[in-house]
Design a protein around this ligand. Structure first.
Ligand code: FAD
Length: 524
């Protein structure tokens, strides 16, 4: 590793030539953003100059080990890789902050020099509004990865960039666990800011429901501690569900549970693969088991429509991942229900909590954690219960789309059926999470490699979501962490007027210049 000062000296040499070739006039204007004071606009006519001035000021003041990377270095490329390629934000520098002071300084100086900034933790944010972030500063949170159990063992202090797997393994070694997203390589904070669904939500609620306090660098660059009882209780509410809009979280104090008192250490994983003629039977069974959110708290399933030619050469299949908190003996009742439907293939594994993500394809070893290989567009909605004819229509349309366009062959359609008991136990008005009433997360994921397929992919996704909407009453609720980006504030944050009013009020108070307006932006 290179120290911040020597690396900066090197990288600034490369900067002028990079900027000359990579910044068009229009992108320079965009990078200037509304917040640039007039005297700076005159003094620093373009983003290149402003970046140079900013980093010259920032570099010597960063703490030991902090780094600034600019394009042209291998590390810059690695740090700016994303889970998927559609609508990427673009960066002219990456600051790898080591301390809260580094984050504060970076935000303050970026503001002063009129450069946009964006926190990046697990690199899995994929909403297309991120594509409006142009030529700014990435603030990499990877060094904020502490996991420290409190003396009473009921909470943990977790760094704002910590990835799920590290948290799960660290706590597990202490006989503890907490609610994280199901994916091992997303951060804790990224999902939490939008609600955060995970394996333990049936018992413990959403990730956002676990938040005790957060240390946040506000859009003006000032660090505050936000909790229910603080002077920032209004912001605490907003962080829990609409939190991408209010600053950078450097650390959270977060609830943890004793494994032994939270359902125990044993888990069962089953993968049951069905041909398409079993679709109605499978979804009817899921309706019965989940029973409008009142089903067994230990039961979870995901259903994927996907192509597995070895099982069916002509049609997508249904792959059910059934996860149960308990031994296979405890899960047997549910395994028997699926087995009675005669799956084409089945695998059953006794395991523990730490292996569930990997077994379901959400592990560091799986595609969910590969970076930068493909385009993946999601078009989420939620169902209270499955309407069987709608699910059939969705399957048929998915089959049509993926057979008509071989470039979409790797796409899948995901139905996530977590227990929602713990989610619904929380007063819906007490956080900014708008949707605690749908029991099923439903999302086509259109995957392709050829960038020319982008428009067709968007059309396909919208068509599938349109069909999904025909099978339910009410307006679109698109889980903000999966959102495509076209759903609008009501789709992301709820259709009750008071929610949007309250969020806009928070924006006016904490971010009047709308500096944090790239991930599902509320606007001011
Ligand atoms: C393969 C895959 C699996 C997923 N699984 C789940 C799941 O099981 N449950 C679930 O709820 N969601 C899941 N998601 C969605 C996930 O919640 C979002 O993609 C989330 O944005 C990822 O956060 P990140 O830190 O990994 O990504 P990043 O791209 O690093 O962050 C996303 C956005 O969050 C904000 N942000 C990041 N870090 C900070 C910070 N420290 N302070 C303030 N803002 C910050 C920024 O606006 C950033 O653009 C999954 C997504 C993918 C692609």
């Amino acid at each position: 590793m290179v120290s911040s000062k020597s690396f900066l000296a090197f990288s600034l040499k490369c900067l002028a030539s990079f900027v000359a070739t990579h910044l068009s006039n229009s992108s320079v204007a965009a990078a200037g953003a509304a917040a640039l004071p007039a005297h700076h606009a005159q003094r620093s006519a373009d983003a290149a100059t402003r970046l140079h001035e900013m980093t010259s000021d920032l570099g010597p003041r960063l703490s030991r080990g902090a780094l600034i990377y600019t394009p042209g270095s291998e590390q810059f490329d690695i740090l700016t890789e994303r889970w998927q390629l559609f609508a990427p934000p673009t960066f002219i520098a990456v600051v790898v902050a080591k301390s809260e002071r580094d984050v504060e300084l970076t935000v303050q100086l970026a503001n002063r020099f009129g450069l946009p900034w964006l926190a990046v933790s697990g690199h899995h944010g994929a909403i297309n509004s991120l594509g409006t972030f142009k030529q700014g500063i990435q603030i990499s949170m990877e060094s904020f990865n502490e996991v420290k159990l409190s003396p009473d063992g009921r909470t943990a202090r977790i760094g704002g960039g910590t990835l799920s797997k590290k948290i799960t393994d660290t706590l597990w070694a202490e006989g503890k666990q907490n609610v994280t997203g199901a994916c091992e390589c997303t951060s804790l904070v990224g999902p939490m800011l939008g609600g955060g669904h995970g394996w333990l939500q049936g018992r413990n609620g959403l990730s956002a429901d676990q938040l005790i306090s957060a240390r946040v660098v506000l859009p003006n660059g000032r660090l505050v501690t936000v909790s229910k009882d603080s002077a920032y209780s209004d912001l605490f509410w907003g962080l829990q569900g609409a939190g991408h809009n209010f600053g950078i979280v450097t650390q959270v104090e977060y609830k943890v549970y004793d494994v032994s008192e939270n359902g125990g250490a044993d888990w069962t994983y089953a993968n049951l693969i069905f041909k398409q003629d079993k679709l109605e039977a499978v979804f009817s069974l899921i309706n019965t088991i989940t029973n409008n959110g009142t089903g067994d708290i230990s039961y979870i399933d995901f259903v994927w429509f996907q192509h597995i030619p070895e099982i069916d050469a002509t049609s997508p299949i249904l792959s059910v991942y059934m996860v149960y908190q308990g031994t296979p003996l405890h899960a047997q009742k549910y395994i028997d229900m699926y087995t009675a439907l005669r799956p084409a293939n089945s695998t059953i594994i006794a395991t523990d909590y730490t292996h569930i993500s990997s077994l379901t394809g959400n592990g560091n070893d799986g595609l969910a954690c590969a970076h930068g290989a493909y385009y993946a567009l999601r078009f989420p909605t939620g169902f209270e219960t499955y309407n069987l004819s709608t699910v059939r229509n969705l399957f048929d349309k998915f089959a049509d789309i993926t057979s008509a366009q071989p470039g979409f062959n790797n796409s899948f359609f995901l139905f996530e059926d977590y227990s929602t008991r713990g989610v619904q136990a929380v007063d819906a008005a007490s956080t900014a999470v708008p949707d605690r009433f749908n029991h099923h997360l439903v999302s086509p994921v259109i995957i392709y490699f050829d960038p020319l397929l982008g428009e067709e992919a968007v059309r396909a996704g919208k068509e599938l979501r349109g069909l999904a909407m025909e099978g339910k009453t009410g307006l679109l609720n698109a889980y903000v962490n999966y959102a495509h980006g076209d759903e609008g504030v009501g789709g992301w944050y709820g259709h009750e007027g008071w929610r949007i009013e309250r969020l806009r009020g928070l924006k006016r108070r904490y971010d009047p210049e709308n500096r944090v307006g790239y991930y599902a932006p509320i606007g001011v």
